[in-house]
Design a protein around this ligand. Structure first.
Ligand SMILES: [Fe+2]
Length: 233
C-alpha cells in the first residue's frame, strides 16, 4: 500500500489500521532519501487536503502548522538521532524511551501526526458505540466530557495538549499536558487530542484560544477516536 493511500485512499480503513497497529507510517524507522537529506523518520501526509478544514482552519494556518512546525520536529529529530540507536527504533519507542531534545522533537512529531487524524472535514457530532458508552460512564454524559475537555484545553498554561486518554482497562481521563508531553509517557493510550500551542490557532483565531477550542468540536474525528479506543482494550 502506498503511503498516500494509507492515509487518504480509504480514511476509515487507514484509521482502523492506524489504531489497530498503534504504529502510524511515521513511526516506522526506515531510512529514506529525500534529496540529499537522510530521513530516518518521515512526516506522514495530512489525512485531508490543505484547504479542506475551512472555516475551522485556513489553508494558511495548516501550511504553517503542518508544513513548518510539524515538519521542523521531524527535521530536528532526524538530525539528533543520526547514527544513534534511536534511528533504529519506531517513533513511538523513541517517544517512550527518550528525554531532553530527542524526546521533545520525537513527541511533537508523534503528537501532531495523531492530532491530524483527530480532525476531519466530516467531523463533529458525537461518538458512537463503546466510546460513547465509556464517556457516559466516566464523565456522566458526552456534554459533561466536552465541557471538561474544553476547560482543560483553555486553562492549560502556556503551550501543550489537551488529551482524552485511556488506561489499559479502558477507563477514560482528560490529561492536560504541557509542551510535548503525551499520554504515551504515562502508560496511557491517546484517544483524542487538541493542540493548544499558540502556533495551532494564532493565524485564524489570534489569541482567542477558547474560540479555537469551541470550533475544534465541529471537526473532531470521532470515527478515528472510536477506533483508537477500541484498540486499547
Ligand atoms: Fe502544533
Amino acid at each position: 500500500m502506498k503511503r498516500r493511500q494509507f492515509f487518504t485512499g480509504s480514511l476509515a480503513a487507514g484509521v482502523g489500521l492506524w489504531a489497530a497497529r498503534h504504529v502510524p507510517a511515521a513511526e516506522t524507522a526506515t531510512t529514506l532519501k529525500t534529496g540529499d537529506a537522510k530521513m530516518t523518520f518521515q512526516q506522514p501526509p495530512l489525512p485531508f487536503e490543505m484547504n479542506a478544514m475551512k472555516p475551522f482552519l485556513s489553508e494558511e494556518q495548516l501550511k504553517y502548522h503542518y508544513g513548518k512546525h510539524h515538519a521542523a520536529y521531524f527535521k530536528n529529530l532526524n538530525g539528533l538521532v543520526e547514527g544513534k540507536p534511536e534511528a533504529g527504533m519506531s517513533l513511538r519507542e523513541v517517544v517512550v524511551q527518550s528525554t531532553g531534545p530527542v524526546f521533545n522533537n520525537a513527541a511533537q512529531a508523534w503528537n501532531h501526526s495523531f492530532y491530524w487524524d483527530c480532525l476531519s472535514p466530516q467531523g463533529g457530532g458525537e461518538p458512537q458505540g463503546d466510546l460513547a458508552a465509556a464517556l457516559q460512564r466516566d464523565f456522566g454524559s458526552f456534554a459533561a466530557f466536552q465541557k471538561a475537555m474544553s476547560e482543560a484545553a483553555v486553562k492549560l498554561f502556556g503551550s501543550g495538549w489537551a488529551w482524552l486518554a485511556a488506561d489499559k482497562a479502558g477507563k477514560l481521563e482528560i490529561m492536560p499536558l504541557g509542551n510535548a508531553d503525551t499520554p504515551l509517557k504515562h502508560a496511557k493510550e491517546p484517544v483524542l487530542t487538541i493542540d493548544v500551542w499558540e502556533h495551532a490557532y494564532y493565524i485564524d483565531f489570534r489569541n482567542e484560544r477558547p474560540k479555537y477550542v469551541e470550533a475544534f468540536w465541529k471537526a473532531a474525528n470521532w470515527e478515528f477516536a472510536g477506533k483508537c479506543y477500541a484498540a486499547v482494550k
